[in-house]
Design a protein around this ligand. Structure first.
Ligand code: NAI
Length: 643
């Protein structure tokens, strides 16, 4: 029998290789058609049972990326969603029950439905390569691993590790997968076929859980679940994010069978598939994809970055670029000013690469202190991150422009100066672009790519390509005060501080925002950004405001600038905000707080600072953490004005 998406090859020794090579696509995804063909393969194997059946990918890019999200978005009724879950659940159950041995040979990414297929096999081998990653990321889209993941992952690695994977969506590399029992073997690429053939023919039984893990995955499920529920509650409220709670319930009470939960339960497939959260998280996924597309139209492939200013931002930008594989020269006024940045980088690499001393050493080798600024003449990208002073920046750029290679990208990380002003002293103002990273660099996924009127569009494209090259999300914006992200945050934080002036406690204000779904309250955010910065931003960005909030002015006058000085709206005894209990949140407070943010976003879209409403949503979500389940501020306004 011929299949469109699979190739079957029968070895001389009777082992069948089922090679997934989805037609017309560069990566394998599990469309309905692929699953139906898998049923056909199982029919064929029933007719002539193989000695073993091995699944592998026919693509250079990974094993299986997961379900086909486009198809998934077409499930616009609960019935269609249910039918899709049932299709995968049934076919994987059938695969798990076959008598002959089965094996998944996993090389590259193995996500969602791909990992569920691997889990339905008797054996799994992971190929030890940096690209090999296994995950059940459904929760990030607001859905559940309904094709057997919730049944088989806990049964393979034990419930604690399984829930950790399913509730966070995090990925596991090949070595870790072997260590935790997710795969039977972890092998180098050159021996993978042989290893697969030997294991599938070995006659070995599936390795089961230890008796203790069986208890946790059986009679003691409720204990594990209640523990996990507490952890989830710290990160996500059920009214905003129903999926993690559904995963816990389905595992604990329904043996991982999503189809078994009655529709009227809040953790049912019905509830999830009709929740706006799911729709909005899928929207956010596509928005992220759109950001990833910027810079694709440029073949700029920078290898050497020169960063000037080794302070909070420059130091961390340099460390990040070196961690992502670039050679980085880091310039400041003296070696002593560069040293703390190198120390911070060393600590970050040690944490990131854990026991891999080689990776730490290589990353540090790529980060080169350069007090003389010799790197300027050689670099592909030059990023200025000295303190926020126009004259100082202009003087510095005069020298840079004279010494840089003609094809080098010249960028500033300024937050509040106009690019046009900085470029005023350039011989070729078209060369200057803004590459605006956020603080903390390692954590914030977004980078604004600022195009001034004079900036050449090709330069902006190159800047976006560089941002993708260091694995961040580029957002093209125009040269306007605060660009997008700071321009929407400033009026939001000011409104919050005005509430404090009116006598509402900072804790209560922050609680209102957290309940709305913000990752951090606006008062704590202001303390974190620095109250001097908040004050300066407020002056520049909140149109028509003359007086700063009273309490803010008092704190700044007293030298209490927030977290960095140990005191702001809150005290920071051990670097963490010491908060009292929040009071009852007055009705309408959350709406009052976010209203200025929503209005500012709308205004910036109208003015064309960001190209359209979707990009504004993407920018505000990835730049501020704005409640992703809302789908972004513009989407939120649309949904709530329609309601
Ligand atoms: P910072 O004060 O921590 O560091 C500035 C560094 O530049 C200092 O180490 C200083 O010695 C060095 N420097 C000053 N003049 C220099 C020169 N002529 N040559 C070489 N080095 C020189 O400043 P921070 O906070 O890192 O800010 C840097 C830039 O990044 C500013 O433009 C700021 O607006 C922007 N930014 C800051 C963010 C933040 O949260 N701190 C966030 C995003 C952007």
């Amino acid at each position: 029998m011929e299949f469109k998406n699979w190739k079957l090859q029968r070895d001389a020794d009777g082992v069948v290789w089922a090679i997934l090579d989805r037609a017309g696509a560069s990566a394998n995804t599990l469309a309905r058609e692929v699953l139906h063909e898998l049923e056909g393969i199982l029919d064929e194997m029933d007719r002539e049972p193989p000695k073993g059946l091995i699944f592998r990918s026919g693509k250079a890019a990974g094993f299986i990326a997961g379900a086909d999200i486009e198809e998934f978005t077409q499930c616009d009724t609960p019935e269609k969603a249910r039918a899709l879950v049932k299709l995968g659940w049934d076919v994987y159950n059938r695969l798990a029950a076959v008598k002959y041995p089965t094996l998944a040979l996993v090389r590259g990414h193995c996500m969602g439905g791909g990992l569920e297929l691997a889990l339905a096999c008797r054996f799994r081998i992971a190929v030890d390569e940096p690209g090999t990653r296994m995950a059940l990321p459904e929760v990030m889209l607001g859905i559940v691993p309904g094709w057997g993941g919730m049944l088989r992952l806990p049964d393979t690695v034990g419930p604690a590790a399984a829930l950790d994977m399913m509730l966070t969506g995090k990925g596991i590399d090949a070595k870790r997968a072997k260590k935790m029992g997710l795969v039977d073997e972890c092998v180098p690429p050159r021996v993978m076929e042989n290893a697969a053939r030997m294991l599938v023919c070995s006659g070995r039984a599936r390795i089961g859980l230890s008796s203790f893990q069986r208890l946790l995955n059986g009679p003691l499920k409720c204990m594990v679940a209640s523990q996990a529920r507490k952890q989830v509650a710290k990160r996500a409220r059920q009214e905003h994010y129903p999926a993690p709670y559904a995963i816990l319930d389905m595992w604990e009470k329904y043996d991982g069978n999503a189809l078994a939960v009655p529709d009227d339960k809040p953790t049912s497939l019905y509830a999830i598939s009709t929740s706006p959260t799911t729709r909005n998280l899928v929207r956010v996924f596509f928005l992220q994809d759109r950001l990833k597309g910027f810079g694709k139209d440029s073949d700029f492939d920078p290898k050497h970055v020169h960063v000037i200013g080794a302070g909070v931002m420059g130091g961390d930008i340099a460390a990040w670029c070196a961690q992502r594989g670039m050679t980085v020269t880091l310039q400041d006024q003296s070696v002593e000013r560069i040293a703390p940045a190198i120390k911070r980088a060393a600590d970050a690499y040690a944490k990131k690469f854990r026991h891999d001393e080689k990776a730490v050493r290589f990353a540090l080798d790529r980060l080169i202190p350069d007090p003389q600024g010799n790197g300027v003449a050689h670099a592909d990208v030059i990023i200025e991150a000295i303190f926020e002073n126009l004259e100082a920046k202009q003087a510095l750029f005069r020298d840079i422009e004279a010494r840089a290679r003609p094809d080098a990208l010249i960028a500033t990380n300024t937050s509040s100066l106009r690019l046009a002003d900085i470029a005023a002293t350039f011989r070729e103002p078209a060369r200057l672009v803004g590459i605006h990273f956020f603080n903390p660099v390692a954590k914030m996924p977004l980078v604004e790519v600022v195009q001034a009127e004079a900036t050449h569009p090709e330069i902006a494209r190159k800047a976006a390509a560089f941002v993708r090259g260091v694995d961040k999300l580029p957002l093209p914006v125009k040269d306007a005060p605060g660009f997008l992200v700071n321009a929407v945050l400033a009026p939001y934080m000011l409104e919050a501080m005005r509430c404090v002036d009116e006598g509402i406690s900072p804790e209560t204000v922050d609680e209102a925002a957290l309940a709305f779904g913000m990752p951090m309250g606006p008062i704590e955010l202001a303390d974190t950004v620095g109250l001097d910065v908040a004050m300066a931003a407020g002056k520049g960005l909140a149109a028509g405001v003359t007086e700063p909030p009273k309490k803010l002015a008092e704190l700044v006058a007293g030298g209490n600038l927030g977290r960095k000085t140990g005191r702001g709206f809150y005290a920071y005894p051990q670097g963490r905000a010491a908060k009292s209990a929040a009071g009852a949140v007055p009705a309408g407070l959350a709406r009052r707080l976010v209203a200025p943010l929503l209005a500012a976003t709308r205004g910036l879209v109208d003015k064309g600072i960001v190209a359209d409403a979707d990009l504004a949503d993407a920018g505000v979500i990835f730049g501020t953490g704005f409640a992703p389940f809302t789908g972004g501020p513009m989407n939120y306004q649309r949904e709530h004005s329609a309601a």
